[in-house]
Design a protein. Structure first.
Length: 165
């Protein structure tokens, strides 16, 4: 079970982690500053296993991987949004942060709701309201990248012959 942290539409990467903190790639350090300007209570209140829920075009703006790193470093297990900016979507996969796209879940989940997520099936359950949403499930290879901790770690664990077989 996870607590939902709700954000609006068009939240950009500088609002996720301001550029002045991007002098490190240490995700725990970044996580301690996540959303510091738009939600100063987030870093101190987020618990391991919580989820970020957002509106349309989440993660727009820069191409830095710091934004998904900060979210993962904060302890959040995934981001559920109505839609993602293309570069954030790709960066999240690259660093192993699971993301689910569901306009219905984004609209139906409120701040503080208890949520469970089945990444493999793409099922999002709002336990507080007794509702369930179907997102597009993450492909198996994306789940494997996330489990490994990101694309680089995944590739280090697997040789090319195994991946192309």
């Amino acid at each position: 079970m996870a607590r939902a942290w709700k954000f609006e539409d068009n939240l950009n990467t500088d609002e996720i982690i301001p550029a002045r903190f991007n002098i490190t790639i240490d995700e725990k350090e970044l996580g301690g500053k996540a959303f510091c300007e738009v939600r100063p209570d987030y870093a101190a209140g987020v618990q391991p296993g919580d989820v970020v829920v957002a509106g349309w075009n989440f993660g727009c703006a820069s191409s830095r991987e710091h934004a998904p790193l900060a979210i993962r470093g904060s302890g959040a297990i995934c981001v559920i949004a109505a839609s993602f900016a293309r570069i954030f979507f790709r960066n999240a996969i690259n660093i192993g942060l699971p993301i689910l796209e569901s306009p219905e879940a984004s609209a139906g989940i409120a701040e503080g709701d208890e949520v469970s997520v089945d990444l493999g099936a793409g099922i999002i359950t709002n336990l507080t309201r007794g509702t369930q949403y179907q997102a597009r499930p993450l492909p198996d290879f994306v789940l494997r990248i996330a489990a490994a901790g990101g694309l680089v770690k995944f590739l280090r664990e697997h040789d090319m012959e195994e991946l192309t077989a």
